[in-house]
Write a protein that binds this ligand. Structure first.
Ligand code: GDP
Ligand code: MN
Length: 417
């Protein structure tokens, strides 16, 4: 799912008429101070990371003056929240909170629902998972009939909200669903939806994630890779994604795992797994022999040889890698000769440039015998350290990783490292 930062979600709130606090994004303590000056009132400074529970982690702080705001931004910027570094903060006018509600919509893929679910609760501000079920109004929305304004009115009323604010709150819940649907979101949450002391209903937080499969309908979001990515995609990641975008046959998943400067320091392998679980197993085995992966690549679901070829070329383009490792630790049902053809073509182009380069290939599964013949015949004359394994070593991750290690050591000794 494509996750959005709070500030991005709130920009979209404005388009859908959902009230949210006046605010600005800042990337430095100085910018934070300027933003606070502009707001001219006490502010809240909030870490922009793809993680909830920021309040509890000290990543949401209040400031009465612009100088205070600068000081708390100094504390928040650069901190880690659930393993994610804070690079931006949202500076907003601080709300005077009277009550906190919860409003959210998700896609529930469970067999008996399979559709959008709208939720409202008067217990806002805490994790919705920890709110007792009887305190949440839940509506499975019929996608044919759609949602009616009286539906959200009934939901909010059923939770005991009365008086002047009833319509205001119901209106926000209605608009939230409208935005959820029109943005093809899978999650859209306002927690807390705040009632201020002066009687306004304002969305104080936003959590939003859009369906990857629908991103092509939303160029306005500017999301380059329709996949869950915890960081801004690098050039390497973007090239990897272009293989997927231009060829839907089989899947290739490629991501940079270490910055190129790090890889050049040594100990990194160009990594190519087949199938997610098998790829994990291979990475683990590599780590146990003191090697790391420069990239994570997985080609499965019966990809074409051309797709495999492009992935191997990309893996081999990483300066400083000390081996190429194909970790096919599974009996793949796909016809493995497509892998064999793609790998041979790519390595025949790449290996002559690096004499003695370590290559360990484990390929098992359908058409295994033929595939390994292709590998042996295609790479036999390469001026490299090539070892090819089949189902005999399919269970033996330790042995295979040990071979990568041994070849890397030989290669280093030869180069006098
Ligand atoms: P989260 O913990 O990551 O979900 O971050 P939130 O944006 O929900 O903020 C956490 C908590 O900080 C909220 O539940 C509120 O209680 C509090 N908070 C956030 N914004 C304001 C504000 O403008 N005024 C006040 N008084 N409290 C706020
Ligand atoms: Mn929240």
């Amino acid at each position: 799912m494509a996750k959005f930062f709070e500030y991005q979600g709130k920009e979209i709130f404005r388009k859908f008429g959902i009230p949210s606090p006046q605010g600005e994004v800042a990337q430095s303590p100085e910018e934070t101070k300027k933003a606070a000056e502009k707001i001219g009132k006490p502010v809240v400074v909030k870490a922009q990371v793809w993680a909830g529970g920021r309040g509890k982690s000290g990543a949401v702080k209040f400031a009465d003056t612009p100088d205070d705001a600068q000081r708390v931004a100094q504390e928040i910027l650069g901190m880690q929240v659930k393993g994610l570094e804070v690079k931006k903060v949202l500076v907003e006018e601080k709300l005077d909170i009277e009550r906190e509600f919860y409003a959210g919509a998700i896609i529930n893929s469970a067999q008996d629902v399979r559709g959008p679910v709208l939720m409202f609760s008067t217990e806002g501000g805490m994790d919705i998972e920890s709110v007792p079920e009887e305190k949440i109004a839940i509506k499975n929305v019929d996608v044919i009939k759609g949602l009616m304004p009286y539906d959200t009115l009934n939901m909010v009323l059923s939770m005991g909200v009365k008086g002047k604010i009833l319509r205001q709150v119901a209106d926000v819940v209605y608009k939230l669903y409208d935005m959820f649907q029109k943005t093809d979101s899978r999650t859209l949450e306002i927690n807390p939806l705040v009632l201020t002391k002066d009687g306004k209903v304002i969305a104080a937080d936003c959590r939003m994630a859009v369906d990857d499969q629908a991103l092509f309908r939303h160029p306005e979001f500017g999301i380059k890779i329709g996949r869950e990515f915890l960081k801004e995609p690098s050039e390497f990641d973007l090239i990897g994604w272009s293989f997927e975008e231009s060829d839907f046959r089989g899947t290739s998943y490629v991501a940079q795992m270490a910055p190129p400067e790090e890889v050049k320091k040594g100990g990194y392998v160009g990594y190519h797994g087949i199938g997610g679980g098998a790829a994990m197993l291979g990475m683990d085995a590599l780590n146990q022999v003191g090697l790391k992966v420069a990239d994570y690549a997985d080609t499965s679901g019966n990809p074409t040889a051309s797709k495999v070829y492009r992935v191997v070329k990309l893996i081999m383009s990483q300066p400083g890698i000390e081996a190429y490792f194909l970790a096919g630790f599974l009996m793949a049902n796909q016809e493995q000769w497509h892998h064999a053809h793609g790998i041979v073509k790519a390595l025949r182009e790449e290996l002559p440039k690096r004499p003695g380069f370590p290559v360990v290939l484990l390929l098992c599964g359908n058409k295994e015998k033929e595939s390994n013949e292709i590998l042996k015949e295609g790479l036999g004359d390469m001026p490299a350290r090539v070892e090819i394994y089949d189902r005999e070593h399919f269970y033996d991750a330790k042995f295979i990783a040990g071979r990568v290690r041994a070849l890397v050591d030989e290669y280093r000794a030869e180069k006098g490292k």
